[in-house]
Design a binder for this molecule. Structure first.
Ligand SMILES: *Cc1c(COP(=O)(O)O)cnc(C)c1O
Length: 417
């Protein structure tokens, strides 16, 4: 590990903090649904000399010299993305999921045009029209909600709003929606009102390519995703499309929004896409869903109130207030016990976003460690004990010791402690 020794010699402070973070990731049960463990191969590509290169433009059309290898790397990433997602066009340069969405706006809308997305309090993303985000400040945004009783998206309501508001762009996809997205249903509505449908599959792209969630193609013309959530690649973003707006989208990413692409990330995305095309990854993605279902069932057995009553994907949103605790203190107590999650609003939450009623958890990271359905009841039982004893530091320390011991049996990919 010569690079680690170099870091140690050059900057012991950062070196030590990276080591501590590695140990933390190794010793805790990581349930944040947007997080994962990437493979050693993805880590190696991310930390490579490609970080030294500038390559504004696209393969074969660069503004800097010395691109003979960079062009081949980006072309591999594009070709693998197109093949894996069944897309006619792919752009792998967006720096992350938010810039990928921003590029879609820039490609298709003028300031003041109307965009429609799932409201943030109902599980949408900030880039789908939140008032303090660029998407809600520059564009006119209208939101749809989930049903008050079922917590599911009601396509009749979506259609009513779309017919009334006439958006140019309709986003489907979210960050805290535990159910299947009906891409075909959204496509019908978009086509009826003359809108372009964008499926933002940032959270679920790994499930989609593995067939563990329905595919947005051919229903959505444009698909955006992060590369670091269930897809298990480096931090990055991609735009995939049916090709209709390929030119506009590419121009929006560069030079519309960004300068030079992060070539080290592009290489790591290519590696992750190759991994995601394997039978092993397919099994992994299906296991994520099976684990989430088993975890939801076990939590339900402990009396937790699950939003929408359960899950179809990798994530679970639960209202913990019935257990006499709010989302934030619950998430903090769980973290002290070595169980990492995040507090989250629940649909129609009477509480504020910085101390909401809910906790959001998911199974991508624990599944990457090889945990299966059999392990989920233990995790649910620890969550139950912590929530019931959030003020009892002795009990929390006991859980933490058990969690650390439990994690030893499931080595975290990419981490050597
Ligand atoms: C995570 C996420 C994004 C943004 O990703 P960043 O990489 O954090 O910018 C966009 N859309 C959805 C639905 C997401 O879940």
């Amino acid at each position: 590990m010569s690079s680690t020794s170099a870091l140690q010699a050059a900057d012991p402070d950062i070196h030590e903090l990276v080591l501590k973070e590695a140990r933390r990731q190794d010793e805790c049960i990581r349930l944040i649904p947007s997080e994962n463990y990437v493979s050693p191969a993805v880590l190696e590509a991310t930390g490579s000399v490609l970080s030294n290169k500038y390559s504004e433009g696209y393969p074969g059309r660069r503004y800097y010299e010395g691109q003979e290898f960079i062009d081949r790397i980006e072309t591999l990433a594009i070709d693998r993305a197109k093949a894996l997602f069944g897309a006619a066009h792919a752009n792998v340069q967006p720096y992350s999921g938010s810039p990928a969405n921003q590029a879609v706006y820039l490609a298709l809308l003028e300031a003041g045009d109307t965009v429609m997305g799932l409201g943030l309090p109902f599980g949408g993303h900030i880039t789908h029209g939140l008032n303090v985000n660029f998407s809600g400040r520059i564009y006119r945004s209208v939101g749809y909600e989930v049903d008050r009783d079922t917590h599911r998206i009601d396509l009749d309501e979506v259609e009513d709003i779309a017919r009334r508001e006439r958006p140019k762009l309709i986003f489907c996809g979210g960050t805290a929606y535990p159910r299947i997205w009906d891409f075909a249903g959204f496509a019908e509505i978009a086509s009826a009102v003359g809108a372009v449908l964008v499926a933002d599959i940032a959270h679920i792209s790994g499930l989609v390519v593995a067939g563990a969630h329905p595919h947005p193609f051919p229903h959505a013309g444009i698909v955006t995703t992060t590369t670091h959530k269930t897809l298990r690649g480096p931090r990055g973003g991609m735009i995939l499309s049916d090709g209709t707006y390929a030119k506009e989208l590419d121009r929006a990413v560069f030079p519309g929004l960004q300068g030079g692409p992060h070539d080290h990330t592009t290489a790591a995305i290519a590696v992750a896409l190759r991994e995601a095309a394997t039978e092993e990854f397919r099994a992994y993605a299906h296991q994520i869903v099976a684990n989430a279902r088993a975890l939801a069932q076990a939590l339900d057995g402990h009396g937790f109130r699950l939003i929408s009553g359960g899950t179809d994907n990798h994530l679970i949103l639960m209202d913990v207030t019935k257990r006499g605790i709010n989302g934030k203190p619950a998430a903090q107590a769980l973290n002290r016990a070595g169980i990492e999650c995040n507090y989250n609003t629940v649909p129609f939450d009477p509480r504020k976003p910085f101390d909401p009623s809910g906790v959001r958890i998911g199974t991508p990271a624990v599944t990457s460690r090889g945990m299966r359905e059999a392990e989920m009841p233990s995790i649910a039982a620890w969550i139950d004990r912590v929530v019931a004893n959030a003020d009892d530091e002795t009990e929390i320390a006991r859980v933490r010791a058990e969690v650390t011991e439990f994690c030893r049996a499931f080595p975290a990919p990419g981490i050597r402690v």
